[in-house]
Write a protein that binds this ligand. Structure first.
Ligand code: PBG
Ligand code: ZN
Length: 322
């Protein structure tokens, strides 16, 4: 290979030898649905991203369909929050209503429902709280109830993101016992306690009112531990594994794909999106080139799918020049 440039001489040659591709059918687009009415509220720290009320949602989903995206990850923003996260497992909760509406109007769109309590608790933590501590086992039945009510509403995939121990096990059992044996679980297994979630918490109004998430989300310094989390979630019945964030954790994605024969999903999170959008808005980087380079890096690291707020833009760019 002493003349590596032989294979770089033309676009045709470079295309022939290209090892990894970003594909629209492997992109998952996060969508925020608010319980408010008649509104499309911009998320200030995520230019281009909005919270849609149910009556405005078609605006966004028409765009999703038009650019060929086939899967969305749904988040709800309820009007009322309480200590028990009642809105999460209410059969008329915002996500349940959104799923029913989407499955009716867009039957071919795959709906992945994020399952967590932090958007629904008044304290903003992902589990129940007693004496300033985030409870684990007391939280599990509520996560299971939430997952089952999303499945009943028509969710295609359940994605538990709360990092409670044994959450996949409780959800899998609950789904199996309610007739949803074939509803897959996409588990956030390697989810790190990251500052990159900041803009999402603005979007979902889910910032913790006290403390932080370090007693349940992973320490960013730990790679080997991430593999133990993955192993455990597979044992509990996970069908797919999410690693999150993506860019500062590409080694984690690589190690998971090298160690386990299960589809791996990279979550290109809100803070990663915000940084690219901010630099692009200033004219400091070429947004399209940087986004495609980042997404390609996630594929090269081993991700099968990518959850990204850039999905609509990327899909549009791929339509223009595949
Ligand atoms: C809820 C949840 C979060 C994200 C996905 N699900 C926030 C958090 O854990 O604080 C982050 C997504 C993003 O930053 O894009 N548990
Ligand atoms: Zn949460």
């Amino acid at each position: 290979m002493e003349r590596a440039r032989r294979l770089r001489q033309s676009a045709v040659l470079r295309n022939l030898v290209r090892e990894n591709h970003v594909r629209t059918d492997e992109l998952i687009y996060p969508v925020f649905v608010t319980e408010k009415e008649h509104t499309k509220e911009p998320v200030v720290s995520m230019p281009g991203i909005f919270q849609y009320s149910l009556d405005y949602l078609h605006e966004e989903l028409d765009r999703v369909m038009a650019c060929g995206i086939s899967a969305i990850l749904l988040f709800g923003i309820p009007l009322h929050k309480d200590a028990m996260a009642g809105g999460a497992y209410d059969e008329n909760g915002i996500v349940q209503r959104a799923i029913r509406q989407i499955k009716k109007e867009y039957p071919d769109l795959l709906v992945i429902a994020d399952v967590c309590l932090c958007e629904y608790t008044d304290h903003g933590h992902c589990g129940l709280v007693r004496d300033g501590k985030i409870l684990n086992d007391e939280t599990l039945p509520l996560l299971a109830d939430t997952a089952v009510s999303y499945a009943k509403a028509g969710a295609d995939i359940i994605a538990p993101s709360g990092m409670m121990d044994m959450q996949v096990d409780s959800i899998r059992h609950a789904l199996n016992h309610t007739g949803f044996l074939y509803t897959p679980v996409m588990a956030y297994s390697a989810k790190f306690a990251s500052a990159y979630y900041g803009p999402f918490r603005d979007a979902a109004h889910s910032a913790p009112q006290f403390g932080d998430r370090k007693t349940y989300q992973m320490d960013p310094a730990n790679g080997r531990e991430a593999l133990r989390e993955v192993e455990e979630d597979i044992r509990e019945g996970a069908d797919m594994i999410i690693a999150k964030p993506a860019m500062a954790y590409l080694d984690i994605i690589r190690e998971i794909t090298a160690s386990y024969h299960i589809p791996v999903v990279a979550y290109n999170v809100s803070g990663e999106y915000a940084m690219v959008k901010a630099a692009a808005a200033n004219g400091w980087i070429d947004e399209k080139k940087v986004v495609m380079e980042n997404l390609t890096g996630m594929k090269r690291a081993g991700a099968k799918m990518i959850i990204t707020y850039h999905a609509l833009d990327a899909a549009q760019w791929l339509l223009e020049e595949p």
